[in-house]
Design a protein around this ligand. Structure first.
Ligand code: ATP
Ligand code: MG
Length: 702
């Protein structure tokens, strides 16, 4: 049965869906149906006879691409296996792999994840002797980010430094030298980092006209979701692939640009009509996701932004509860309150319809414990990846060495596992292996039986004709004695993790694809799919594009959301504001924001008073209901609490600057809870009063 597009889309969406030739830009706010428009356009193209394999769908995760395809398949009632879809990085790597001659790299390529890149960088830094003994020299994590930012923003290192960290300018020359050394190192060892994939593909496409022509022929229809978070090279790749035909549809929301910190360039979406002459620009205003009370709050978040976003979303879903702002005593009790709230929500919702969002992965730890205690299953997105755990990296390193004998990072990993092999020896051996110096290797082998065993094992592994799963199983068997020696306390858990990894490996036919996905995607997360019985915990970045009936957001206090770093730089603060906009716009029916009065500070030790987030302080009073934690761990409307409390001087949100610190001073003088786990156990005085003071909001005034 033909799909009745007009009945399922509003007129603006329909326009974007039916404009299948030439460039189209859909620029619109959250929940206005941008992704839906992409899905319907995909379905329409296919229903009109376009070959699925000529469609390329670029999104921010492979999971998102798979989800869009699944939706289009349901609409059409047919499989769309041929559609190419995924991230820019995965697309680039797959293209380079299929065209090895174009990539300019001889031999096998290995993708480095963040940990590998840090490892490689420390080697370069040590070799150059950069910043030795100089305490003011930045740490390698910072250097890595700096190099990546300089590449993604396509600005020289000194310029990035003068914009963001001018105190490091005296080190600019040394840092540039490190960046050059890092390039040489990667090239020499057949290693690619994430950024390289995009740049290498771009070089290949500009150098090799025949390849470019082939790709243009193949991908006749391009579609890109979340275009506001593309960087310069990604935009150029799209342009290259689109060619003269210009069949590109980009959709996005400039107000949701949240990756500038990694070099994304919101100008890409704003200048799209200029770069693609004749672009049809479609704007969508109606939000189909959230109730109006939720939109009133999200619109208010945007109104405070320094950049003007000409968006004022409206919904036809007028009824619904106002968002709640919950003042908890501490981040510990915040977790208890969140669990309670989840329990309440469970009466109406499946667990998978409830999501708890936070700025950084560590912020859900207390909640994870509380949920475990209650026996509530949860599924976490973002934060530390499974494939970054040390034992997973160890086991995979055997496969990497077999795949790419020049992969010195992996060599080092497997070598230091051998008894009596230190870092220096490991590097020496890795160098001999890379250069094929078998005499040197044999000499080492004779000296150390552990090394002999390792080399024999690697030879066997190389000769194994099986797929990735078979190789991995052998590697795990070889690695298990080391694992039990290194992790006597929890090796069973780690072994179970490796077992899981083997199951993932079983779905791959080629070692290279398995290794690439481990570094690039999160096959474990994808494999899990959506579990109906699990509540979702997610970083805000990983929640982009998604939606849930009920959303809880944790830790809305200064230095957490916005982060401390962002409070110091206006541009970063704006990005955090957009991040909050992204977080709040995930909610369909109910939204709860948590503001703990104290937070545990790992660096400072113990609990410290926290200031309600600047973003919450700026919200107009009428767009939320405020609740406070009570003595017994329940909630009470804030107004009642206020009436009971002594009137205190209030601070006024918009003039934050000074008052922020003034009220913090007051808060710091208040006695703090003796036990951060249980502020209610505080001796003497009303814990209620002390907690509310710690919030810096004695009388509610925002
Ligand atoms: P985000 O900016 O968060 O990615 P989006 O603009 O991509 O949001 P979608 O996810 O496509 O928005 O749509 C939000 C919700 O609204 C989805 O549940 C979608 O099915 C629904 N929706 C969108 N357009 C319509 C429509 N015309 N009729 C009914 N429902 C719609
Ligand atoms: Mg979307």
């Amino acid at each position: 049965m033909p799909i009745d597009f007009a009945a399922r889309l509003n007129p603006a969406q329909l326009e974007a869906v039916t404009a299948t030739e030439g460039p189209v830009l859909v620029i619109a706010g959250a929940g206005s149906g941008k992704t839906r428009t992409l899905v319907y356009r995909l379905a329409r193209l296919v229903s009109q006879g376009v070959e699925p394999s000529s469609i390329l769908l670029l999104t921010f995760t492979r999971k998102a691409a798979a989800e869009m395809l699944a939706r289009a398949e349901r609409l059409l009632g047919m499989a769309l296996g041929g559609v190419q879809g995924g991230t820019f990085h995965a697309f680039s790597f797959a293209t380079l792999r299929r065209n090895p001659e174009a990539s300019g790299h001889a031999g096998s390529l290995t993708i480095m994840d963040r940990g590998d890149a840090e490892e490689a960088l420390s080697h370069v830094i040590a070799e150059l002797g950069a910043g030795k003994g100089d305490k003011s020299f930045p740490k390698k994590g910072f250097v890595l980010e700096l190099i990546s930012k300089s590449r993604n923003k396509e600005l020289p290192i000194p310029e990035i430094l003068s914009r963001e960290s001018y105190q490091l300018l005296p080190h600019a020359a040394a840092l540039e030298e490190i960046a050059r050394g890092f390039e040489r190192y990667k090239r020499g060892h057949g290693l690619l980092d994430y950024d390289d994939m995009l740049f290498t593909l771009e070089q290949a496409l500009t150098r090799d006209a025949a390849l470019l022509e082939r790709l243009r022929e193949r991908h006749r229809y391009l579609m890109v979701d979340e275009y506001q978070d593309t960087n310069l090279v990604q935009a150029r790749l799209v342009k290259l692939l689109a060619g003269e035909r210009g069949n590109v549809m980009a959709v996005g929301d400039d107000a949701q640009s949240i990756y500038a910190f990694r070099g994304a360039n919101v100008e890409n979406i704003l200048s799209f009509p200029r770069i693609y002459p004749g672009t049809r620009v479609v704007r969508l205003e109606q939000n189909y996701r959230s109730t109006q009370p939720i939109l009133d709050l999200t619109n208010a978040v945007l109104r405070q932004a320094k950049d003007r976003f000409d968006k004022n979303l409206f919904s036809e879903r007028l009824a619904g509860p106002k968002p709640e702002v919950v003042k908890a005593y501490s981040d510990q009790t915040q977790a208890q309150l969140a669990v309670r709230r989840i329990r309440e929500l469970r009466r109406e919702h499946l667990p998978c319809e409830i999501a708890v969002l936070f700025r950084a992965g560590y912020q859900s730890y207390a909640l994870e414990l509380a949920l475990n205690k209650e026996g509530v299953p949860f599924q976490k997105y973002g934060g530390l990846r499974f494939s970054e755990a040390a034992h997973v990296k160890d086991a995979v390193a055997f496969l990497r060495v077999v795949h790419n004998p020049r992969d010195v990072v992996a060599w080092k990993r497997v070598l230091v596992l051998v008894d009596k092999v230190g870092e220096k020896t490991a590097l020496k051996i890795a160098a001999s292996a890379r250069e094929g110096d078998f005499q040197a290797l044999d000499a080492q082998r004779r000296k150390n039986p552990g090394l002999d065993a390792l080399f024999s094992f690697l030879e066997e592994l190389r000769a194994d004709p099986g797929g990735p799963a078979s190789l991995l199983e052998r590697a795990v068997v070889f690695y298990t004695p080391t694992l039990t020696r290194l992790h006597p306390e929890d090796y069973p858990r780690r072994l179970a993790g490796l077992e899981q990894l083997s199951q993932i490996a079983a779905s791959y036919a080629h070692l290279e694809a398995f290794l690439a996905d481990l570094a690039l995607e999160n096959p474990e997360e994808e494999r899990k799919g959506v579990r109906e019985d699990a509540v979702v915990l997610s970083t805000v970045h990983s929640a982009k594009g998604l939606e849930w009936p009920a959303v809880l957001i944790l830790d809305l206090v200064d230095e957490r959301f916005p982060s401390r770093h962002a409070l110091a730089r206006p541009e970063d603060l704006e990005e955090e504001r957009r991040l909050l906009y992204v977080a709040c716009t995930r909610a369909k029916d109910s939204l709860t924001l948590y503001v703990p009065g104290t937070v545990y500070n790992r660096a400072g030790g113990g609990s410290q008073p926290a200031m309600p987030s600047l973003f919450v302080r700026e919200l107009p009073r009428e767009c939320f209901t405020e609740l406070r934690e009570t003595f017994s761990g329940g909630l009470t409307p804030a107004l009642q609490a206020q009436a009971a409390a002594e009137p205190r001087p209030s601070w006024d949100a918009p003039s934050s600057g000074g008052s922020r610190f003034a009220s913090r001073g007051v808060a710091a003088r208040q006695p703090l809870a003796a036990d951060p786990d249980d502020p209610r156990a505080e001796p003497g005085g009303s814990p209620f009063a002390s907690a509310s003071d710690a919030c810096g909001t004695g009388a509610m005034s925002y």
